[in-house]
Design a protein around this ligand. Structure first.
Ligand code: ACO
Ligand code: ZN
Length: 158
């Protein structure tokens, strides 16, 4: 591909392609209802990257009310990156970085003050990407994944 891709908000017609990318790229898969529900509630943070009419990757998020990941404070709004994936043939072209950056803009529209996600502690590509964007490890959750692997919670102030 040329280094040209377009970011846009998810549309219902993208559902099957996004679910396909999710199944190819990650062991954590979801029902169509799960995707549609996130889209309906948080359309500003469900973004796809398109190249020549083909979807190359997606990010979907949820806005949650919870405690700060950085010390004291009461309940705040946080943007939770539920799932991000880029098809193998489109990786290392900046699409993952662009998807998160755009989703963070959407989180700000919902008034989120922090952003966080869980990632497998062995997922070096993703961890490197998040670090590059200013996320830091704020917690380890033992046995978070269905196969028993631990997760890092990585967080960033917006
Ligand atoms: N090895 C080391 N560092 C990497 C790698 C890698 N394979 N891939 C990305 N990075 C780091 C690099 O610092 C890179 O910058 P550089 O290319 O200038 O060196 C930086 O991340 C930005 O990379 P992008 O090109 O923006 O990322 P990409 O479009 O390749 O997408 C992603 C990264 C989404 C993690 C992709 O590898 C993927 O889909 N993986 C499988 C699915 C997955 O693991 N998703 C995340 C699960 S956690 C969650 O969803 C919350
Ligand atoms: Zn999560």
């Amino acid at each position: 591909m040329q280094e040209t891709f377009k970011l846009r908000k998810f549309e219902m017609g993208d559902l099957q392609k996004v679910m396909h990318i999710n199944r190819i790229c990650l062991p954590e898969n979801y029902t169509d209802y799960f995707f549609i529900d996130l889209y309906r509630r948080f359309p500003e943070t469900f973004i796809v990257a398109e190249h020549d009419g083909e979807i190359a990757g997606y990010i979907m998020c949820r806005i949650e009310l919870g405690l700060s990941h950085f010390g004291f404070g009461g309940l705040i709004k946080k943007g939770h990156v539920v799932s991000i994936a880029v098809l193998p043939e489109y990786r290392r072209k900046g699409i993952g970085k662009a998807l998160i950056t755009r989703a963070i803009e959407g989180m700000k529209l919902y008034n989120a003050k922090q952003c966080f996600l869980e990632v497998r502690i062995t997922n070096t590509p993703a961890i490197n990407l998040y670090k590059k964007l200013g996320f830091q490890v704020t917690k380890t959750i033992h046995g978070y994944y269905a196969d028993g692997e631990d997760a890092y919670v990585m967080s960033k102030k917006l």
